[in-house]
Design a binder for this molecule. Structure first.
Ligand SMILES: C[S@@+](CC[C@H](N)C(=O)[O-])C[C@H]1O[C@@H](n2cnc3c(N)ncnc32)[C@H](O)[C@@H]1O
Length: 405
């Protein structure tokens, strides 16, 4: 007898993650619930344990590149459920999944039913082969699996009612909008200012309007849509590197000598609870400072002038010759953390105060709110047709406007 996975145990684990995702509110649609209770996702990752295959919040990495970077995975059930809810796939829909491995395409096929069509595409033949084997073994024979760079979509089977992008994108290539039916939905993990959110967009003519956005993490796009962040060493500190997801400051030499100035420190009086989501906080800061970026500090080579920030990630702002970053101080009894800023530069103290003002304004106007209105317009759209902060990508102009701003 061959080693059969324990199907009873697999079904138990499937029901367990679905129950968990219902309780936390990620799964709200009964049809998505039924699809996720049904598809035997462990068969897509035969080398993983059942516990790993059914881990609610962890992806199963299926491929790494020569540098050890993850390039393909079966996404975590929580992320898949979130994106399926954003997609709102109906029976009979035509769906394109970008980035494949099998399980998510099977969920999509459950949701479209036999009257719909699912096409799934991967730039890499290996995940496509895994998806084909999985879909054949689990009976989803009608799902089309293609190998192509999805930067140009899969035009032969368009228009699509829903495009589900399951790989991290930096831009929205024109094909994704053009291949959508009017009012069709594009679900895409999109990075803006280094902050990745899975956005649920609706097509309205030549542009897309977001109706939902949730923080998430994905392996990055390869091919024509791949995007490398630009980096620079902070002048005066060989251990501190700044990373710019969009354009770096127009004149980085203005930062020369920035660390020769005294460090200003300002506390905001704004505290967050340890489990409180701060996604809108990061986005608010990113869209209200002149240049937003992130940084890494190499403790072996850093001067010690920067940090510690008290955070596992960084939020950094540059304004001409001034440089500042978020720090936190924790209240262990109340389990809260207060935001503050360190800043350097000729107007370091004033810059730290301005940054603190942005945080106070987030606290007053946006905290707990639904976040900004985000829309994606084609490159070349005139400024007067856009509202709020505009982030320019290669193919698109992303407008981000806050309610009551
Ligand atoms: C997270 S995996 C997909 C997971 C899958 N949807 C599932 O069932 O969970 C992301 C995939 O996107 C693929 N990918 C990266 N860049 C791509 C591109 N330009 N076009 C199509 N696929 C791409 C990768 O090869 C990888 O297999």
């Amino acid at each position: 007898m061959t080693d059969q996975p324990d199907e009873v145990r697999a079904a138990e684990l499937r029901n367990k993650f679905v129950d968990e995702l219902k309780v936390e509110g990620t799964i709200t649609s009964p049809r998505i619930e039924a699809a996720m209770r049904k598809v035997p996702r462990h068969l897509a990752v035969p080398d993983s344990s059942l516990d790993d295959a059914y881990s609610t919040y962890n992806a199963v990495v299926t491929q790494t590149d020569e540098h050890g970077n993850h390039v393909s995975s079966v996404s975590a059930p929580q992320i898949q459920a979130m994106q399926l809810e954003q997609g709102g796939i109906r029976e009979g829909d035509r769906v394109l999944e970008i980035g494949t491995n099998g399980p998510n395409a099977a969920y999509a096929a459950e949701l479209t039913g036999p009257a719909g069509q699912v096409t799934t595409v991967d730039i890499d033949p290996a995940p496509a082969a895994r998806a084909r084997a999985f879909l054949a073994a689990t009976g989803y024979h009608d799902v089309r699996v293609l190998v192509a760079d999805a930067e140009s979509g899969a035009p032969d089977h368009a228009p699509y009612d829903v495009i589900l992008v399951t790989v991290g994108a930096w831009d929205i290539p024109p094909a994704w909008t053009e291949l959508l039916a009017e009012n069709g939905r594009l679900v895409v993990p999109l990075r803006v200012n280094g902050l990745t959110r899975t956005y649920g967009f609706i097509r309205e003519g030549d542009h897309l309007v977001a109706t939902s956005a949730f923080p998430c993490g994905f392996v990055p796009m390869q091919g024509a849509g791949a995007h490398a962040q630009q980096s620079m060493q902070l002048p005066g500190d060989p251990g501190v590197t700044l990373y710019f997801d969009e354009a770096p400051p127009a004149d980085p030499s203005l930062l020369d000598g920035v660390l020769d100035t005294p460090r200003a420190e300002v506390w905001t009086g704004v505290s967050v609870a340890s489990q409180e989501p701060i996604g809108t906080f990061q986005m608010y800061l990113a869209t209200h400072v002149p240049t937003y970026c992130t940084m890494t500090i190499n403790p072996e080579t850093a001067t010690g002038k920067i940090g510690p920030t008290g955070l596992p990630f960084s939020m950094v702002a540059v304004d001409g010759p001034n440089f500042g970053y978020v720090v936190v101080r924790r209240d262990t009894e109340k389990k809260t953390a207060e935001f503050g800023f360190h800043a350097f530069g000729p107007d370091g103290a004033g810059f730290a105060e301005r940054l603190a003002g942005i945080v106070r304004s987030w606290d007053e106007k946006q905290r707990g709110g639904s976040g900004p209105r985000v829309a994606v317009h084609p490159a070349g759209t005139p400024d007067d047709q856009l509202t709020g902060r505009v982030v320019d990508k290669a193919h698109s102009r992303i407008s981000i406007s806050w309610p009551d701003a």
